[in-house]
Design a protein around this ligand. Structure first.
Ligand SMILES: [Ca+2]
Ligand SMILES: [Ca+2]
Length: 336
């Protein structure tokens, strides 16, 4: 019994890491992410700022399609038209998403496209920020489960899990004093994932000869672990056996109903079903980014002095102190 508590804690830790949940979050970070979070941002009025969209599929899966909305809860921050980018290069010669255009579907199915709706000429709403790979292939592979193939914009986040840079947009803070909350929602066209079969070391959806090449080219490595099918933290003979035993296995594209999504970084935030809970923010969902618009002078007044300035002040005090001691010495000298 005495070992039960640690085991339960470990189980909760594994669940708490959201292994079965896909995640998206907003951040000012563009080079590496600390992991899922809700960002608190001070933004100077009329100075554009870039926000980055990060994503992480559920463990062992990859994003095939994603469609998101970004909504503001009030006026005061403008989403800059034409600044919306869906990051599509996976690695050299391989895209994350195919270009898709089907104007007959409702809403229109457009890959790597966004549309913006400004409700009542006031509160900005970015609709269908998305990318689609309808038929995963060697050249269009979605966003994988690990940073394994020198993918563009894939990093190990501060929590030790992979994080993918999915997109970016510019915002223009307008109304000084405004505190605007931004929230991500599942978009009109949902979010799909695909399972990555064991032995599919290049994440193209099938266990094939190319995966053996990944294994052989990284044999012995403890840092490039794409081909560590045995999960032993080293590329070894056991990984070849895993590959051989699963040769020709195929990944399965799952329906959006099987995709659970959490936005931001609060583990208590609601979990969305990517099929039935689109275009809504569920009750209790905390903001994904809170933008406080400040006047330029506010930032200057509260800025921390630079080290050089502190050093200059220190030397000024030193000089004054030395001068004061000398003056005292002169004053007391006649008494001696
Ligand atoms: Ca493969
Ligand atoms: Ca291994």
């Amino acid at each position: 019994m005495r070992y039960l508590a640690p085991i339960v804690v470990l189980l909760f830790a594994a669940v708490g890491r959201g292994d079965s949940v896909a995640r998206f979050w907003l951040s000012e970070d563009n080079a590496i992410s600390s992991g899922p979070k809700a960002s608190v941002i001070n933004a100077t009025a009329n100075v554009q700022k870039t926000l980055y969209l990060w994503g992480r599929p559920a463990t062992g899966k990859k994003f095939v399609n994603f469609s998101l909305h970004l909504v503001a809860n009030q006026t005061g921050v403008d989403f800059v038209d034409g600044s919306y980018v869906t990051h599509n290069q996976r690695t050299v010669g391989v895209s994350r998403y195919a270009f898709v255009l089907d104007s007959l579907s409702v809403p229109a199915l457009e890959s790597l496209e966004t549309s913006v709706s400004v409700a009542g000429g006031a509160t900005d709403t970015l609709l269908n920020w998305q990318g689609f790979t309808l038929f995963p292939s060697a050249t269009e592979r979605g966003v994988g489960p690990t940073c394994a193939q020198s993918e563009v914009g894939c990093f190990i986040a501060g929590d030790g899990q992979p994080a993918w840079l999915m997109g970016s947009l510019a915002i223009n803070p307008l109304a000084i004093g405004a505190v605007v909350d931004l929230q991500l929602q599942v978009g009109d066209l949902g979010i799909n994932q695909a399972t990555v079969p064991v032995g599919d070391y290049d994440h193209d959806g099938v266990v094939a000869t190319a995966d053996r090449t990944v294994w052989s080219s990284t044999f012995g490595s403890t840092t490039q672990l794409a081909a560590d099918g045995s999960a032993s933290a080293v590329i070894d003979a056991a990984d070849y056996t895993v590959w051989r035993d699963n040769l020709a296995a195929l990944g399965m594209v799952e329906s959006s109903a099987l995709t659970q999504v959490q936005f931001g970084g609060n583990p208590l935030d609601p979990i969305y079903n990517a099929s039935t809970q689109r275009s809504i923010s569920l009750a209790g969902d905390a903001y994904d980014a809170r933008i406080t618009v400040v006047a330029p002078a506010t930032i200057a007044a509260t800025a921390v002095p630079e080290p050089g300035a502190s050093l200059a002040a220190f030397f000024a005090l030193l000089v004054i102190g030395t001068f004061s001691r000398d003056a005292r010495a002169e004053r007391v000298a006649p008494v001696r």
